[in-house]
Design a protein around this ligand. Structure first.
Ligand SMILES: [Zn+2]
Length: 85
């Protein structure tokens, strides 16, 4: 009996558990990012990030950037004089 964590750590395909996800045999002892196979060698499953994978990070990043801008504006009010034209 094997768990999902065992399959992840042993670099096995999430569908058939027989093919390899990465080309390197040991993904923990490589320099840089490991190379990923495009398709599973056993079941021909296409390995790719699902559409919208980064959308959540974009929303969080936008909120943090707006909050940082507002905080910077509020703090800068104490150090700069208003210019009246
Ligand atoms: Zn597979």
């Amino acid at each position: 009996m094997s768990s999902a964590l065992t399959h992840i750590l042993s670099n096995e395909c999430p569908i058939c558990h027989k093919g390899k996800v990465f080309t390197d045999k040991n993904i923990f002892l490589t320099f840089g990012l490991p190379k990923m196979n495009e398709y599973c060698s056993h079941c021909n499953y296409k390995f790719q990030k699902e559409p919208g994978y980064f959308f959540g990070a974009m929303y969080v990043n936008y909120g943090l950037t707006v909050a940082q801008g507002i905080a910077t504006y509020c703090i800068a009010q104490f150090f700069f004089e208003k210019i009246s034209i």
